[in-house]
Design a protein around this ligand. Structure first.
Ligand code: SF4
Length: 433
């Protein structure tokens, strides 16, 4: 979501005539788009603001803006600790960038554009205006829902991004049509709980599965992904749509967060281990080979050895293709921040244990795929070795392969010959289109 917000900010600056430069020292405007989901990125943002203070001493004309979740939640503190900042811009106010930049160009500082989080049941009127990029992009993010109504006890998102509201169906479809017309082959639909899309729309409820069906018909579009579904809202009907719609990829990133019901309860995740396991089973039954990844938090307040061991065994049992694992980081103002904390060393020890287990699972899965063929949307030369091309399989597995010439934007059929912790390597079998 932050990456997508950064793109919206970039498009606005380009419309004003600004261009990207190679180094901060050359910039007239520097924007920090911040994240509040853990403490580490917040610390990093404050440390960068310190560096920018030094830069501003030598380049006093440089405009510095702080955007995103941290600006939304901690704007007063930012303006106090970093008086060299020209403006702070909240998550719901990205469209106000142009106005703030114009004021800052006239030498103003300490400006702010922060809207209060939306009320419960917010309607489409609270949806920010979006700018669709006109440059050709093989893959694009398309936000379809903003904010979140789930209120997990560890999470700051409902505070920084407000209540859940969905973009109107026609808006989403027409954006995807424009993107596909400009050459985009793959879209990733974004939402904090993307599969609960469609509540509170003025025309009545519209299901996420129905939206997928509509997008299946967009001419020129080849692939649809979505991030992140919430387990409780994963219906059988949605599984059927994913399985039967050729453009919807056989990939699912579904956050588990913890492998023990008591932990899930303390996190206010409203599903059980059994419920989650059932969805994984149904997805795999309907789409053998589907790529399933997840998010896991270790060291959540009060996490016992038994609870952590339950998470470890569930990871072994469910065999995720990959997991984004994090040590719990208290977010001020959230209920979990005032619960009994797990000591840092223990959290880090558990994190290492979990990463090791997941690495082994991923390695085994990738080794089992050697000799199989995959469809890869070619993105261009591999960053690991420019002599190779790279892209992702339908299942979301990173794939590097030898091929002659540049074929970005096409779908290549490839055969896996090598397995790595990050993905697969192989050779081209054919280029079907
Ligand atoms: S569902 Fe996701 S975004 Fe919403 S509160 Fe929970 S963790 Fe945060």
């Amino acid at each position: 979501m932050n990456e997508e917000d950064s793109e919206q900010l970039q498009i606005q600056l380009e419309k004003m005539g600004f261009k990207k430069v190679a180094r901060p020292q050359l910039a007239r405007i520097i924007l920090l788009n911040t994240c509040s989901v853990r403490k580490k990125p917040e610390d990093k943002a404050f440390s960068m603001l310190g560096e920018l203070q030094a830069l501003k001493l030598h380049h006093p004309e440089t405009i510095i803006g702080v955007c995103g979740c941290m600006a939304q939640a901690r704007y007063d503190e930012i303006l106090k600790r970093a008086p060299h900042v020209n403006f702070v811009l909240g998550t719901g106010d990205l469209g106000n960038l142009t106005g703030l930049v114009q004021q800052a160009l006239h030498g103003q500082r300490r400006l702010k554009s922060i809207s209060l989080p939306e009320r419960k049941g917010a309607t489409v009127a609270d949806i920010p205006t979006r700018l669709v990029p006109t440059v050709k992009k093989i893959k694009a993010y398309v936000p379809i829902q903003y904010g979140c109504d789930k209120f997990c006890t560890f999470c700051i998102v409902p505070t920084t991004r407000g209540r859940e509201r969905s973009r109107p169906v026609d808006d989403v479809v027409s954006e995807v049509q424009v993107l596909a017309g400009n050459g985009t082959k793959e879209v990733t639909l974004l939402g904090q709980t993307v599969n609960s899309y469609g509540k509170n729309l003025p025309g009545g409820k519209f299901r996420f599965s129905e939206l997928l069906s509509k997008l299946q018909n967009v001419e020129g579009l080849e692939r649809i992904r979505y991030m992140s579904p919430y387990p409780r809202d994963f219906s059988d009907e949605l599984i059927e749509v994913i399985a039967t719609h050729s453009k919807v990829m056989e990939q699912c990133h579904m956050p588990l967060q913890a492998g023990h019901d008591d932990l899930l309860k303390r996190m206010h995740r409203v599903y059980t281990v059994e419920g989650f396991t059932k969805i994984v089973g149904k997805l795999r039954k309907r789409m053998p080979g589907i790529g399933i990844t997840t998010d896991i938090i270790v060291g959540f307040p009060g996490e016992t050895n038994a609870e952590f061991e339950a998470t470890l065994s569930l990871v072994k049992e469910l065999k995720f293709n990959g997991s984004y694992c994090f040590a719990y980081s208290p977010r001020p103002g959230t209920p979990a921040a005032s619960m009994e904390q797990v000591p840092s060393e223990l959290k880090m020890e558990r994190l290492q244990q979990l990463l090791k287990v997941q690495d082994e699972v991923t390695k085994q899965i990738h080794e089992g795929l050697i000799g199989k063929n995959f469809e890869v949307l070619v993105e261009g030369p591999s960053q690991r070795d420019p002599g190779f091309l790279s892209g992702y399989t339908r299942e979301g597995i990173h794939f590097c392969f030898e091929a002659n010439g540049e074929r970005a934007g096409r779908i290549a059929e490839v055969s896996a010959t090598g397995a790595h912790h990050w993905g697969l390597t192989g050779t081209t079998v054919g280029l079907p289109n």
